[in-house]
Design a protein around this ligand. Structure first.
Ligand code: ARG
Length: 572
């Protein structure tokens, strides 16, 4: 049982008695006590009574004696609540025997489709795909751990008119042979060369146009070339996923082309439902509430005037399949914020068509950009967009170098292992520790620093605890009685008891910076504890208690980092 919930459960009946109806006690951590409740303020306004009087009345009704050491009214009418040490010790003892660290599995498991990563065939993954991959994978890990049925969907951009040009270029180069030479990391060069030819050469443009027609018409030779491009790209993306240590596999690719056969049905059904409007030769839906700059209604174009279907139609078909065939009750789309309107319109049309009905929910988990040190969109020195693989290799190289310089005795293998866990961890953590809606600056020094809200700081705290156990020569006794002698061990205990609440909140919000912030507070509380409370040199009873607190901290850090997709190391 987490502390917020414990206090809420105790306060709720008292608030109800004072208010004459249910009131959320709004219990949260406080800098002045362990927890505070702000709810008397709003309630006082509603009742037209002085806030402090309301707060006093709530306290009179609340049964808190057995769990709180003190409960007082403070300031304009907050409740300050300090938990009794006995309660803390009992609850943390309960955690020790709980493999799930106080995080119960979901009471009502859902089928959740997570649409993430989704790079485009024959193009490099860029940093936007990095964010999608990292955030989406954290969502997958967390929801899976909570017992939901999670379906990963890698909505690869593998269809559309650019493929005419790409296939024509591949054919010019000699087809299959050239595809095999199209080695890893040359994707952008390939794309650019095709583009240059397309812009310069009328005959090539014509060949490209014919290839689009052939591709859509199912011409076997053209499809074979298309498949080569897709396979080659997928193979490349898998090497990036491997380097990035994410759970996406080849089974999760479900590109845009997978929905081709469903597209005519989407148009027919929208038409039958009376939602389709022909506008400038294109089949459109005008969902209510979407207007352009001049106030004119905005269309979602389902079929273009040339008869082709585009990105929106594909997303409608995908959504319908997810809520229908896959039986999903929660749909997540981890895609950059520039596509916010696209998703809002797709969801609105799907609702109008009855393909997305409560309790099923679709959420666009939008995110901002990664910026360079100059505060502008991250670019390579030559001004192109940064290749993700190169960025990850740089992270690992820098972290390996730092590990070596900190500890010159490390052998090459150990340094490489640390470099990989820390480098990749730092990249992921930099992403997950900021509010995803915001842009953030890629700053190697800060990300790789052992101080501050960084992956290395957390990984180091974990490794430090493991070192204590190596020196102790034993693991903690899970049934050791907890003694809270010092303020620092009390503070650590309060943090340990907060894991459940934060995971439950992130399950709903998917705001991973809250989990990151929690882990950072936990590691900081541990470091303060470790500075002030001797562990191995303490008298027996204290030593056992402190070893158990240390072990719980390590397990919580490890599990929390694991949910973020970040590895822990036994030594650093
Ligand atoms: N391939 C797209 C891009 O790179 C992202 C696709 C996101 N998923 C979706 N269902 N539309 O921008």
């Amino acid at each position: 049982m987490d502390l917020e919930k414990l206090l809420s459960d105790r306060l709720a009946p008292a608030f109800a008695a004072v208010a004459g109806g249910p009131v959320d006690p709004l219990v949260r951590r406080s800098p002045h006590a362990d927890f505070q409740s702000d709810a008397p303020l709003a309630l006082a306004r509603r009742l037209g009574r002085p806030p402090r009087d309301v707060a006093v009345a709530v306290l009179e009704h609340a049964v808190l004696d057995d769990v709180c050491a003190s409960a007082e009214v403070s300031g304009p009418g907050f409740l300050n609540l300090t938990i009794a040490d006995r309660t803390l010790a009992d609850l943390v003892a309960g955690l020790a025997g709980d493999a799930r660290l106080g995080v119960p599995p979901a009471a009502a498991p859902q089928t959740v489709v997570v649409d993430y990563s989704a790079p485009n065939v024959a193009k490099e993954m860029h940093v936007g795909h990095l964010r999608s991959t990292v955030i989406g994978d954290a969502a997958v890990r967390l929801l899976d751990w909570l017992g939901h049925r999670v379906v990963r969907v890698n909505h690869l951009g593998d269809w559309g008119t650019p493929f005419g040009m790409l296939i024509a270029h591949l054919a010019d180069l000699g087809g299959a042979e050239a595809a095999h030479e199209l080695s890893m990391g040359d994707l952008d060069d390939f794309y650019r060369a095709a583009r240059v030819k397309f812009d310069a050469d009328e005959a090539f443009r014509e060949r490209s146009r014919l290839r689009v027609v052939a591709l859509q018409g199912g011409d076997e030779r053209t499809l074979r070339l298309w498949r080569l491009l897709v396979e080659q790209s997928e193979r490349y993306f898998l090497t990036v996923y491997d380097l990035l240590d994410v759970t996406l596999s080849e089974d999760d690719f479900r590109g845009e082309s997978a929905y081709n056969d469903l597209l005519p049905g989407i148009v027919d059904d929208l038409d039958r439902l009376g939602l389709l409007v022909c506008s400038d030769g294109a089949d459109c839906v005008f969902p209510p509430g979407f207007t352009g700059r001049d106030g004119e209604a905005l269309p979602l174009i389902v079929r273009k005037s040339d008869g082709g279907y585009g990105y929106p139609a594909t997303d409608l078909a995908a959504l319908r399949q997810r809520t229908g065939e896959l039986g999903a009750t929660r749909l997540l789309y981890v895609v950059g914020l520039p596509q916010r309107q696209h998703f809002a319109m797709v969801f609105a049309v799907a609702q109008a068509a009855g393909w997305l009905c409560p309790p099923v929910r679709a959420e666009h988990l939008g995110f901002g950009s990664i910026l360079g040190a100059d505060g502008r969109m991250l670019r390579s020195r030559s001004g192109e967009s940064v290749k993700l693989a190169g960025l990850l290799e740089e992270a690992v190289a820098r972290a390996t170098e730092l590990a070596r310089s900190r500890n010159p005795e490390l052998d090459a293998e150990a340094a490489a292992e640390i470099g990989r866990a820390v480098g990749i961890g730092a990249v992921k953590y930099a992403d997950l520790s900021t509010d995803r809606r915001k842009d953030y600056v890629l700053d190697w020094e800060r990300m790789l620093s052992l101080d501050g809200n960084t992956a290395p700081y957390l990984q180091y705290a974990y490794a430090r605890i493991r070192a204590v156990f190596r020196r102790a020569g034993t693991e903690a006794r899970r049934d050791a009685p907890i003694v809270l002698a010092q303020p620092a061990e009390r503070a650590l205990t309060v943090e340990l008891l907060g894991f459940g609440a934060v995971v439950t909140e992130v399950e709903r919000s998917l705001d991973f910076h809250h989990l990151a912030g929690y882990l950072h507070r936990l590691a900081t509380a541990f470091n303060a504890f470790y500075e002030r409370c001797p562990v191995l040199r303490a008298p027996d009873e204290l030593r056992e208690s402190r070893l158990l607190l240390a072990e719980l901290t390590a397990r919580t850090l490890r599990q929390g980092l694991h949910l973020l997709g970040i590895r822990t190391l036994e030594r650093m």
